[in-house]
Design a protein around this ligand. Structure first.
Ligand code: CA
Length: 530
């Protein structure tokens, strides 16, 4: 018995020694890590519907006429991201995906009409837990009250361009597009003023995480008075495809797909009157041919849109100046992005929603002088669901396993993991709502894109009941980057298409978006999926 006790004592002593040493070592290394890796501050600036083509560093046809020097500066002093994609190209769902790191089918926000579940454990809350002081200012558009932010001051619904209302924390929350108090001025300036005001008054004992979300350049495009003179005597370069949709689309005709050639849409663009009744210009098209009218509508659309972008760029400059003036630049991650892309006349379209490149692509530039070298370019395939895991990893926080995205911190630091994704899954659920774009999903790899337009409402909030013809599209992005030629029926590509279909189904299974719970969709699939 005595011997046994002795053995236990020896064992206890040994294990105390071993584990004690271990805990000493790990404690030391943690302290060292904390010293070397102070949590960075993070400013996440996101605009609404800002196309890559309207940011000059991306080098599009608009780069020369509409430069964005301040957004470009972020990339020049950090990283230009070339292949960032949205998982569902529309405001509310993209914002929910960014906060939750999940696709619509997991976070429950499929369409513009769905409420965000603010009890979920999203990015704001996780940053708070990681020791950050958190705030969101500007466009929110998630219907329910912001949670996980020490401070919020957000637009009701879409908000106004001039003298906008904002809903501040601490006052009774009014649902979605209701409530708020008037702030004098132009919305992009006001959102920056309020963002800077929060930075000035923040809890200085903690690192900060600020989401500063602009309303611009979302339509209707009401620019600041100071930008009225921009482009007046200039011609905005047109995309080659302005006068033709291209060989695609399950639905032919002007009514479909946010066409500038649609008579009603064009008339709205030409005769735009702001919500506050301020006409931004009325163009008389009497006696013009259809092409002349499209030309006029595009010019007006592009000019108004780019004028709202000019104010965003100036205000990005104000944030960068604030960081410089307060010695915060070095240890602050600055991100500029948009909730999704926007078609600027390509395929004769405006708006987003489609899986086509201009709508699928998100602009993204990132600066973090302490860790990221200037003038970097990254071509890895990154998705909006990756933003939350990445910021959490930079903050030193654990990424919840429920998040479907993956951190691209290591990619930003110059080392892309060997098993990084080579394809992405996309889905637009809000069948036929607003601009008559059918529900569709698809897969994009580096070189190819396959889209299945299933054409069903599937009981989605806001979707129209009209059923459209199922349709497949396939693009060879290497040879046809503008996606003008649907090669789905081309013999040469049948093997690749078959492989992509198989990969698409594997992705759907992995991402928990199988079609089995929709018998009407399975019926369509059985007929049109060979
Ligand atoms: Ca948007």
């Amino acid at each position: 018995m005595k011997r046994h006790i002795q053995q236990i004592t020896v064992l206890a002593f040994l294990s105390a020694f071993i584990f004690g040493c271990n805990s000493l070592v790990s404690k030391e290394s943690i302290n060292k890590e904390n010293l070397n890796q102070k949590q960075p501050n993070i400013i996440f600036i996101m605009s609404d519907d800002h196309a890559k083509n309207a940011i000059s560093i991306y080098g599009s046809r608009l780069a020369e006429i509409a430069p964005t020097p301040n957004i470009d500066r972020i990339a020049n002093e950090g990283i230009l991201m070339n292949n960032v994609f949205v998982t569902n190209s529309i405001c509310t769902p993209s914002r929910a995906a960014i906060l939750t790191g999940q696709y619509s089918q997991l976070n429950g926000v499929y369409t513009l009409k769905d409420d965000f579940d603010n009890s979920s454990n999203h990015l704001g809350k996780l940053m708070q837990k990681a020791g950050y002081s958190t705030a969101v200012v500007g466009k929110w558009h998630l219907h329910t009250e912001p949670t996980g932010f020490d401070y919020y001051n957000v637009l009701p619904g879409q908000g106004l361009y001039n003298n906008p209302k904002l809903k501040e924390i601490g006052k009774p929350w009014k649902y979605h597009n209701r409530g708020g108090e008037v702030y004098k001025g132009y919305v992009t300036d006001v959102i920056t003023d309020e963002s800077i005001k929060w930075l000035e008054n923040r809890d200085m004992s903690k690192p900060f995480f600020l989401m500063s979300h602009h309303k611009a350049p979302h339509g209707l495009w009401e620019f600041a008075k100071r930008h009225e003179h921009l482009f007046t005597d200039e011609e905005i370069p047109e995309p080659n495809s302005l006068y033709e949709n291209g060989n695609h689309g399950p639905l032919k005709g002007e009514r479909y797909g946010s066409s500038i050639s649609d008579r009603n849409l064009r008339r709205n663009m030409l005769h735009q009157v702001t919500r506050e009744g301020w006409p931004t210009g009325i163009i008389d098209t009497l006696g013009m041919t259809k092409s002349e009218k499209i030309h006029k509508a595009y010019q007006k659309y592009a000019k108004d849109y780019l004028r709202t972008v000019a104010a965003i760029d100036e205000n990005v400059g104000r944030i960068l100046d604030y960081l410089d003036d307060n010695d915060l630049a070095e240890n602050t991650i600055v991100i500029y992005t948009s909730d999704q892309g926007q078609l600027l006349g390509e395929h004769d379209y405006f708006d987003k929603r489609w899986m086509y490149e201009e709508s699928l692509s998100m602009p993204m530039v990132i600066r973090y002088p302490a860790k990221i070298n200037p003038k970097q370019v990254n071509n890895d395939m990154v998705l909006n669901i990756d933003f939350a895991p990445t910021l959490l990893e930079f903050a030193g926080a654990k990424v919840p396993s429920k998040m479907q995205g993956r951190s691209f911190k290591s990619n930003l630091l110059g080392s892309t993991p060997p098993d990084w994704r080579t394809s992405m899954y996309y889905r637009y659920w809000m069948h036929m709502a607003h601009h008559y774009i059918p529900g569709h999903y698809g897969i994009r790899t580096k070189d190819y894109k396959l889209i299945f337009f299933y054409g069903l409402p599937l009981n989605q909030n806001g979707a129209l009941s009209e059923i459209t013809e199922p349709y497949w599209e396939f693009y060879d992005l290497k040879n046809d980057p503008k996606e003008m030629n649907n090669l789905y029926a081309d013999e040469k590509y049948q093997y690749i298409i078959k492989e992509l279909k198989a990969e698409l189904l594997v992705k759907k299974l992995k991402l928990k978006d199988t079609d089995e719970s929709y018998p009407e969709l399975m019926e369509i699939r059985n007929k049109f999926w060979n």
